[in-house]
Design a protein around this ligand. Structure first.
Ligand code: GLA
Length: 410
């Protein structure tokens, strides 16, 4: 995913002047994504094996399962929907075999189901899969997406050329600012997902990039891809813990209209145990992460459906205060996180990372309440309510989480 190609110095950057001083919009880019985006994306489960029927079948499954009305409303066609080259006029072309009726048709069908239409492109010369990229075509591509009824753009960052005399992060900034401006002029409000930070993970520029993405878009992938559908359950568990670990410290970058994105939910036909699936949804909700499923929704088990559809946990993710939960305990075996919610409650998570059952406790003070405060609350999975003293202790199975919605008692 992180391959970059150098191109001739003569290749000029076509982006408009970058609005380096643009403030972070208080209500989010385009006034969109006041709460984290939710929906479905084909990539982890299907990669390039997609076509129009599959995408629309998944849209229908979102509606039929009841997940759409719970907020999972954006269906995104990831890489490989287009051909490798543009047409004679320089336009992107959808693959005629995979999408015989074209992308505008897909958009119309999704809209008729009450869903939103998401699409993938890349800021560089080619997508990560080697298809036509948007480099030097931001304005035309944004206009085309608007014409197709696109509501959400995921702009990846493979193959962004090196520009002599310019640092990599400056080139990425110009590129993402360029597409951001192009979307603004496209005549349609389009949620903008920027993958720029993922290309700087592990370098000193990572925080620089994380510092500017909110000016130009609504969410960003900031790190390694989550495991693919065909990988083992064990690999997926390791991968989701890894993505959680790099996302958890990034609290200050998230807020209404601008969100950290630790990648897809693997809940579903994935080889993960029920506890592991629950753990991913719980952690993602606690971190105000986008909830974007990547599985085959047409054969979702009742168990996976009830995990994805847990209204109490979705409400934590979608809480209007939009504060990403903070990790207040982090050991080799367990973590504790606390997230302030609008209205004064807190969502608290106890995670057992290890292979043996654990008793995990935390004081009211550690959880963000007054030190002597007695607490009461509800387990958001079992729905049991309990009263506590000024500390909370829970039993947690291996690889499981307990999520409580707590309030100051009395
Ligand atoms: C990158 C992204 C993935 C997916 C693929 C498509 O790896 O991180 O989410 O979009 O590209 O090629």
């Amino acid at each position: 995913m992180f391959a970059k190609i150098a191109v001739a110095a003569a290749l000029a950057l076509a982006s408009p002047a970058v609005a380096h001083t643009a403030p972070v919009p208080s209500s989010g880019y385009h006034g969109l994504a006041a709460t984290p985006p939710m929906g479905w994306n084909d990539w982890s489960y299907y990669q390039c094996n997609i076509d129009q029927k599959l995408i629309l079948d998944q849209g229908r499954a979102l509606v039929r399962s009841g997940l759409a009305v719970k907020g999972y409303n954006t269906v995104t066609t990831d890489d490989c929907w287009m051909t490798k080259t543009r047409d004679a006029s320089g336009n992107l072309v959808s693959d005629p075999q995979k999408f015989p009726d074209g992308m505008a048709y897909v958009g119309r069908q999704l809209h008729a189901m009450g869903l939103k239409f998401g699409i993938y492109e890349d800021a560089g010369t080619q997508t990560c899969g080697g298809y036509a990229g948007s480099w030097q075509h931001y304005d035309a591509d944004a206009r085309l997406f608007a014409k197709w009824g696109v509501d959400y753009l995921k702009l990846d960052g493979c193959n962004v050329p090196s520009i002599p005399g310019q640092s990599g992060q400056e080139t990425y900034r110009q590129a993402y600012a360029g597409m951001s401006q192009a979307l603004q002029h496209s005549g349609r409000k389009i949620v903008f997902s920027e993958s720029a930070p993922a290309y700087f993970q592990g370098t000193s520029d990572w925080y620089t990039v994380l510092g500017w993405v909110a000016r130009y878009g609504n969410l960003w992938r900031e790190g390694t891809d989550i495991a693919l559908g065909q990988e083992s359950g064990a690999a997926k568990w390791k991968s989701l813990l890894g993505n959680y670990d790099y996302n958890a410290p990034l609290v200050k970058y998230a807020g209404p209209g601008h969100w950290n994105d630790p990648d897809f939910l693997l809940v579903g036909d994935s080889g993960l145990t029920a506890d592991e699936m629950q753990t991913q949804l719980t952690l993602w909700a606690e971190m105000s992460a986008p909830l974007i499923s990547s599985t085959d929704l047409t054969k979702l088990s009742p168990q996976a459906l009830s995990i994805l559809g847990n209204r109490d946990i979705i409400a934590v993710d979608q809480d209007r205060a939009g504060v990403q939960g903070t990790r207040v305990v982090h050991t080799g075996t367990h973590d504790v996180l606390t997230k302030p919610l609008a209205g004064g409650d807190r969502a608290v998570v106890f995670l057992n990372r290890g292979d043996a059952p654990l008793t995990i406790g935390a004081s009211a003070g550690t959880l963000g309440f007054g030190k002597a405060q007695h607490l009461s609350g509800k387990d958001l999975v079992t729905k049991r309510t309990s009263s506590y003293g000024s500390s909370v202790t829970v039993q947690v199975r291996p690889h499981a989480t307990v999520m409580l919605r707590l309030r100051a008692a009395g």
